[in-house]
Design a binder for this molecule. Structure first.
Ligand SMILES: [Zn+2]
Ligand SMILES: [Zn+2]
Length: 140
């Protein structure tokens, strides 16, 4: 049996969060709880394209230097472009505080403990380097 192939919540297995290059995994309990609640609220399966990333893998995919993926506090979820706004609103209700819609690439980055620094991309831009930090103030 494959390591980490175990349900850690009703809908997620630990394998879904492990680093794509080495299989290492770090998963913040609150990320899992929030994702599980979001899964219920959203009503359909959440397919993760990226969960935890080791330093090496994060560099390889040009992740931000201080990416929450390095801490097990972020996940990238497959969401069609036309549903991304609605999806992020649902995620915000569950307490996520970092959102990056990747538009035509059909996924959304969600993080926890982004400390009110929200990053939003214009829909036609997809690179971290183009991210524009938006200070949204204290979480409502
Ligand atoms: Zn790795
Ligand atoms: Zn991400």
């Amino acid at each position: 049996m494959q390591p980490n192939n175990i349900f850690v919540s009703p809908h997620f297995r630990l394998t879904e969060f492990q680093c794509r290059c080495c299989g290492c995994v770090k998963l913040h309990p609150e990320l899992l709880v929030k994702l599980e609640r979001l899964r219920d609220a959203w009503g359909s399966p959440l397919l993760l394209t990226s969960g935890f990333r080791c330093e090496k893998h994060n560099k390889k995919v040009n992740g931000a230097e201080a990416s929450l993926h390095l801490l097990g506090q972020a996940a990238d979820v497959v969401v069609l472009e036309e549903n991304q706004r609605e999806f992020m609103e649902a995620a915000e209700k569950e307490g996520f505080d970092q959102f990056i819609p990747y538009g035509k690439r059909n996924f959304v980055h969600l993080g926890i403990f982004g400390r009110d620094e929200r990053i939003s991309l214009p829909v036609n831009q997809h690179k971290w380097e183009m991210a524009v930090p938006v200070h949204a103030g204290a979480a409502a």
